[in-house]
Design a protein around this ligand. Sequence first.
Ligand code: NDP
Ligand code: DGY
Length: 330
Amino acid sequence: MRAAARQLMKVFVTRRIPPEGEAVLAQAGVCSIQQWDSDEPIPQSELLAKVAGKDGLLCLLSDRIDKEVLDAAGPTLKVISTLSVGYDHLAIDEIKKRGIRVGYTPDVLTDATAELTVALLLATSRRLPESVEEVKNGGWTTWKPLWMCGYGLSGSTVGIIGLGRIGQAVARRLKPFGVKRFLYTGHHPKPEAAAEFGAEFVPLAILAEESDFIIVTCSLTPDTQGMCNRDFFHKMKKTALFINSSRGAVVNQDDLYDALVKGHIAAAGLDVTSPEPLPPAHPLLSLKNCVILPHIGSATYATRNTMSVLAANNLLAGLKGESMPSELSL
Ligand code: NDP
Ligand code: DGY
C-alpha cells in the first residue's frame, strides 16, 4: 500500500474547479492532488512554490504559465491541462521546448459561448442595460418615437473576425434573424464552413467598412493582439456595432473609447477586457454605448462542469502517457 502511494504522480490544481472535475481526479487513483483551495487566483509566489516537482498542472486562463513557472516546476512536469479553449496564457514555445503536453477544452463550450455572444449583441444593439436603468430611475416618462432606438439584425451585414468553432456557431444562430450578408476574415478562406452562411472571405479593412455588426471570435495571438485599433474603428460605419467575445487584448481599448466617444462607431459589447477584471473606474465603464460583461461566455453550469471533466481527463491521460480527449497540437 505504501509502495503504491509512493508511485502516485503529483498534481497541482491552481483553483477550486467544478465538483465533477474534482471527482474525476480524486477517483482516478493515479495522482496525489494539491490544490489552491480558493475561488480567487493563486498569488504568483505561491504558484512558484507549489508547482515545484509536480508531474501535472491543472490551470485556468487567469494563470500565466510562463518561463518562470515552468522553471519552478522543473523537469518532472509532463502535462499542463487548462480549463479553457484559449491558451494565450501559456508560454507555448517554452512548453514545447520542454516536451510538455497540453490539454485544453475546445467544442464543449462552443454553444454556451455563441449563445452569450448573441445575447451580448442583442443587449448592445437594442440598448437593454440602458433601457432597464431608465425604467428604474424614472427616465421612462412616456412612449417616444425615437427614444431608446437601436439597430436590428434583419437585412444587415455581419462581419466575423475568426470563423472558427465559436464564430461559426454565432453565425448559425444569427442567420435566422434575417442577416442578409456574412463576411469573415482569417488566415485563409474556409469554403466548407462558409457555405452554410454564404459567408464571403474578405480583407479586414473591407469587413470593417461594410459590416453593420462586427463580432470578434478569433484567438489571441501576436498577429491579433491590438488588431482592432484606431485605424480599424475609423473604417467602421458610424452606425455599426463592435462585439468582442474572444480576448480583451485583441482590442486597443483607448482607441475603442475614443471611437465610442467621438461617434466613429455606434456601440460596443465586450465580454472580455484587458485587464480582467476591468477596474470599476475604467473610462469604458462610464459610457452608455458600451456594454461590458465579466468574461461569462462559457458560464453555464453544464458547460463549466463538462469543461472540468474534460480538463481532468486530459490531465490524467497526459500523466499516464495516453492520448488525451483534447490535446493541443504544439
Ligand atoms: P478556433 O480555433 O476554432 O477559432 C479561432 C479562429 O481565430 C480561427 O478561425 C482562426 O482563423 C481565427 N484567427 C486566428 N488568427 C486570426 C487573424 N489574424 N485574423 C482573423 N482570424 C484569426 O477557436 P474557438 O472558436 O473555439 O475559440 C476562439 C477563441 O474564443 C478562444 O481562443 C478564446 O480566446 C475565446 N473564447 C472566449 C470565451 C469567453 O468566455 N468569452 C469562451 C471560449 C473561447 P484561421 O482558421 O483562418 O486561422
Ligand atoms: C476559454 O475557454 O478560453 C474562455 O475564455 C473561458 O471559457
